[in-house]
Design a protein around this ligand. Structure first.
Ligand code: RIB
Length: 303
């Protein structure tokens, strides 16, 4: 079973010619209201790639219209939402601008996400078959506790260091990697994480290799260049991305993580799981919005 512990947002998305610089105002003809949040995105990507009823999310939403529609969206996509609780804070909201090349800039108002604690997984029967999926849009202490609980019973932990936290100590990060089996970062996150642990470098290969020496597999995602994988024993591999003309890259990293979790849950070896994750992340860039283009099993070539 896959347990996602993370955020749920509603995404307010405006398309612009170029992303505004500080102090600049740009015009967009309209905005769209879409489903998002790294936790929800990863859960939905995993559910679309999995057999039915394999994915549950633990999260918090507000007692508001955004929260109700986000719950409905999880149900429609086959994600178990029994561990989604209502908070007195409003549902998380992300303000997203996407430029004409499909690149984005995102501001997240955390709201209910900031109230999530490990108490919400009390009724989830974690065991050795659990694949836990974590990110950085909910409070770190809860995520760390979930990771440790899952590892204590022999389950596996995938931790995506996104968004890269601005206030994080070396102790926090070392606790995180020590509770993680597969650490997923983009190039920028890899450099920041390595620097925090004492290895300042401008080369993501050096950062990835250094991070894997803490004992986890470090996966550095690199957009159109695919993913670079660093194993704790020093073995390295490169997973090619399917070439696409991206429409919107929002949620591509989340799709990667969700499909990786689904593939490991299904029993695939890590390399095959990463190949499937890369393929799915490319497909996700072909539609507007974080969740719209996330592929289903058939699109991934799974019977
Ligand atoms: O990774 C994309 C997601 O980041 C968006 O859906 C937005 O909600 C933010 O959390």
């Amino acid at each position: 079973m896959i347990l996602v512990f993370g955020s749920i947002n509603i995404d307010l998305v405006a398309r612009v010619a170029s992303i505004p610089r500080p102090g600049e105002t740009v015009l967009s003809p309209r905005y769209e209201t879409l489903f998002g949040g790294k936790g929800a995105n990863q859960a939905i990507a995993a559910a679309r790639a999995s057999l039915p009823r394999r994915v549950t999310i633990a999260a918090c939403v507000g007692d508001d219209a955004f929260g109700r529609s986000a719950r409905d969206n999880l149900n429609r996509n086959g994600v178990g939402a029994d561990l989604v609780t209502n908070s007195t804070e409003p549902t998380g909201c992300a303000f997203i601008t996407v430029d004409e090349h499909g690149e984005n800039a995102i501001t997240v108002a955390s709201g209910a996400n900031a109230t999530l604690t490990e108490a919400s997984i009390r009724n989830f029967g974690i065991d050795a078959s659990t694949v836990a999926v974590l990110q950085m849009e909910v409070p770190f202490p809860g995520s760390l506790s979930v990771a440790r609980q899952v590892r204590a019973v022999g389950g596996r932990v995938i931790w995506n260091l996104a968004p890269a936290p601005s206030k994080f100590s070396a102790t926090d990060l070392s606790d995180l990697v020590n509770a993680t089996d597969i650490f997923v970062v983009n190039e920028h996150e890899a450099l920041a994480a390595a620097a925090l642990l004492g290895r300042a470098t401008a080369a993501f290969e050096e950062a990835g290799s250094f991070l894997s020496r803490t004992g986890c597999i470090c996966v550095v995602t690199a957009g159109a260049r695919g993913a670079f994988v660093f194993h704790p024993n020093g073995y390295r591999e490169t997973i090619e991305a399917k070439p696409v003309q991206p429409v919107d890259t929002t949620g591509a990293g989340d799709t990667f993580v969700g499909i990786l979790a689904s593939s490991l849950d299904e029993g695939l070896p890590v390399t095959t799981a990463l190949e499937r994750a890369c393929r799915g992340a490319s497909l996700a860039c072909l539609a507007h919005g974080a969740q719209t283009g996330m592929p289903i099993r058939e699109q991934l070539g799974i019977a």
